[in-house]
Ligand binder design. Sequence first.
Ligand code: FAD
Length: 383
Amino acid sequence: MNLELSEEQTAVRRLAREFAEREITPYAAEWDRAESVDRSIVKKLGDLGFLGLTVPEQYGGSGGDHLAYALVTEELGRGDSAVRGIVSVSLGLVAKTVAAWGTEEQKQAWLPRLCSGDALGCFGLTEPGTGSDAGNLTTRATREGHAYVLSGSKMFITNGTWADVVLLFARTNDEPGHRGVSAFLVPADSPGLTRREIHGKLGLRGQATAELALDGVRVPASAMLGPEGKGFSVAMSALAKGRMSVAAGCVGIAQAALDAAVGYAAQREQFGKPIAQHQLVQELIADISVDVDAARLLTWRAADLIDRGQPFATEASTAKLFASEAAVRAASNALQVHGGYGYIDEYPAGKLLRDARVMTLYEGTSQIQKLLIGRARTGVSAF
Ligand code: FAD
């Protein structure tokens, strides 16, 4: 793996960094308090090409590689994880999956709008009763002539109330477990689909996370994405790459924690000198720094494998597991550097810790990543 970035990768990272410094970071605390990111950010992300970064140019994307995607995701995550998640879900989980599995008609219908930011996507897999055990979902899709009728509910759906299209997973037959699951592209304004925003989250408060209820939602049979009964493979292929993007977002959190800790340690004085001169404060900063570097290298390795068409799922799980736990540690260490001031929202460390905490939960908890890595290493499934 070549660790030297290409000119294009360096340029897109600079573009994302400058955008985040100008349009995201200054507003992140305000959006967190208001429990909503300013929605105009979506169009700005689309105009810069970030919402179609890895989608082929013929469908309105930028045709970029996954390392460029990791760099942009890191910079957005450094600014505000709530914004980063909008891109990771709409591009990483939805648009990329349409590009990989969609018919020409589905690609033409959704990709140009998703890439430009005129439309947003959300990913409807989790249900109230099935999270880690997603293959046992119970939302039903019943065939009626040339249509499917969908009924059930979805939980914790990022972009849920903002999205224009739901990549939705539902059971099309009674085969046990994941074999009966199919994927659908459901317009979010379909009659019978209602969305309720979930409030009171620990972190990612600026992000629209929703519960979806489907009551007799009718879609044409052509809305099915991928073959019937292959919906679980569609979901897992999306999540495998999605984990690389979550890992990159976590690197952004850890880097922001490092920036905050270093800045504060340089100006805060105790015992007659800046706290940066106390060795135990330097230890906290060194620990954050090691976490940033290790998480970034694991993330780049996973992105590089994807770009080279090599097997990457275990490396993406490894990056996601390490980077998410590292982001929590880094944010907690940054808070420690701030002392009592870290505990109030005038400083960014508390929000970084709250935002980091969900990273070990979604797109497969840390325990699920360990089972995936363990299965890959031993050849034995513990599921
Ligand atoms: P459970 O599966 O009930 O797990 C509870 C605990 O048991 C965890 O610690 C877990 O690791 C452990 N556990 C479960 N099974 C095992 C096992 N076999 N071995 C060992 N330990 C196990 N979902 C979507 O579909 N789309 C989204 O856009 C989305 N966005 C989200 C945004 C937020 C803010 C949150 C909080 C969640 C989001 N999710 C989304 C859902 C997320 O993916 C699930 O919460 C996650 O998969 C865990 O499922 P669960 O919450 O039901 O926990």
